[in-house]
Ligand binder design. Sequence first.
Ligand code: ADP
Length: 287
Amino acid sequence: KITVVGSINMDLVTLTDKLPEMGETITGKQFKMNPGGKGANQAVAAARLGAQVKIIGCVGRDSFGENLLQHLQSEGIDVSNVEPVTDSTGTALITVYNNDNNIIVVPGANNHVTASFVETKRDIIADSDILILQLEIPLEGVQKAVEVAKENNVTVILNPAPITELPAGLIEQIDYLTPNEHEHSLLIKGMNEQQIKEKVIVTKGSRGVSLYKGDEEITIPSFRVNAIDTTGAGDSFNGGLAVALGRGLSLPDACKFGNAAAALSTLKLGAQTGMPGKEEVETMIKI
Ligand code: ADP
């Protein structure tokens, strides 16, 4: 049983040949709405891999909120702990230009996932095997969720994205931290050597992940694929890692499982579109 406490967003993606100047209006080439938010992405990744997944979060009382709840439900995720609030559903306004992008994220309803909100969901967290968190909700909400999890021996995975300074007490309570390389360099400033060796799994894109086995740093290589879109690869890794740990795999094997899920997810455009099922991942691991 996996519980995700995190963000639920609608990604509004515009493809354009040029960027407008301030005050200018231009015509874009293409527009697409994709369900997103790191919380929702990681919930979908875990659900597709066969886990029983609940998501705790907030959406606005608007059409994006309704649409996203329906979508998560269609992925088999329990959304009965996503509450509607009087704010806009989280959005990411993404402009894709010249094979790169710029993004404005408006957290909106995600800002309502506060400590007092999470407290009302105490029983759901306590009843989980694994709790997955990211940093697209208020830090106090993350802290409360971790506190409840630790009181109940729930394994906690924190994907520290987007990176911010974390209180020492919080780091102490987390079982696994999964930064990418950029996040890693900032994260470890607040950690001692023992904590780094025990808790940190660094995702390194096409090179896979690295972690410590005792005092020795080891690499779990990625699977070779012709990546088309790596958006959400980190989210797939986290979902896969959680599912594999939940099944009792060793940490290196769980990372291998996460790497396979993440590699497969890069084969299609969009964060969630390419996220694989359990059979696809198992086939990839056997090759
Ligand atoms: P993020 O997407 O959060 O920035 P990374 O870029 O480190 O994180 O990617 C997360 C994981 O996704 C990697 O550890 C790896 O398992 C997988 N991955 C990412 N890019 C590729 C790629 N080009 N080929 C295969 N696997 C990849």
